[in-house]
Design a protein around this ligand. Sequence first.
Ligand SMILES: [Fe+2]
Length: 341
Amino acid sequence: MSVAPKHLVRLATLAAVMTVCVLVTRANGASSFVLVHLFYFPIILAAFWYREVGGALGGALAGVATGPLLLADATPSEYAAGAWLARTFFFVAIGLTVGAGRALLWARRRQLEEHMAHLGRTYARTLKSLVYLLEHHDEETANHCDRVAANAIKLGSELGLGAAELEDLYWAAYLHDIGKLATPARMLLKEGPLDAHEYEVMKQHASIGANTLADISPDFETVAAAVRAHHERWDGRGYPDGLAGERIPLFGRVLAVVDAFEAMTSDRPYRAAMSVQAAAQVLEEEAGRQFDPALVTVYLRLIEAGEVHTEAGDGKRTGLELPEAFSLRRKLGTPRVPVLR
Ligand SMILES: [Fe+2]
């Protein structure tokens, strides 16, 4: 039976520490001197690595190791033998206690990981339910969100975002219009432009969506901030907060570009879709006014390379799969990058 290298290293370390303890104790007045307490280090180490069994064995070994040392003590041998047994008992008891504590700690940690995984799945199901509601409220908005999510991931990847950031961006993109659940369907489906009052009502969807997400959990803070900012403009004339330039959260700026392009290239009840070229032209013209110019440059490259999903190109859906779980920031787990099929 072969022993894993990790165990060889641990056993060698324990043997080395135990030897050092013996030598130091022997050189400093034997076991009646305070340095005999050094033996607690290898005992605790053994208990930490091999739980109760390691702790008990470590304690017994330390007891045996301090036996010969006791003979060098200046105390009578009858007393020395009793002290040796008592000390060995304490060593074993300490080893067992630390080992049991360690086992309990690890069991609790496993439980916590399971709870976190469960919470992540519950979060994902909650967010998916919102998308499901939106699909029934306004199917076109739901399809639009699917394409915005797919394209936001493309742009985010191109910007070099990591897996955790891409996951947040993905959910933010998917849910950016979730506040439209509170917008009357007659406005969403209206053939013709909205009047001033309707437009004010429609504008509330950014903050309503963000507040809804933030109210579910503080873990959705980044996603909610992006949702809130997706109608901000680079020149500060957007809504709901009128933020300008880099004061707009990056994900909000990303969504603004991707959302606008997706909207322009999709059919609406009151107008036909623009061509990809015409929409790209608008992005270029609005760079530095409506949009972050740096993001427009990157996105135009993706459009030119044919990497961007559009209604005409993909039909209803992009094939983007919703993740099974939302990765928690204060978590013990790996972020899930959404899968494009
Ligand atoms: Fe929106």
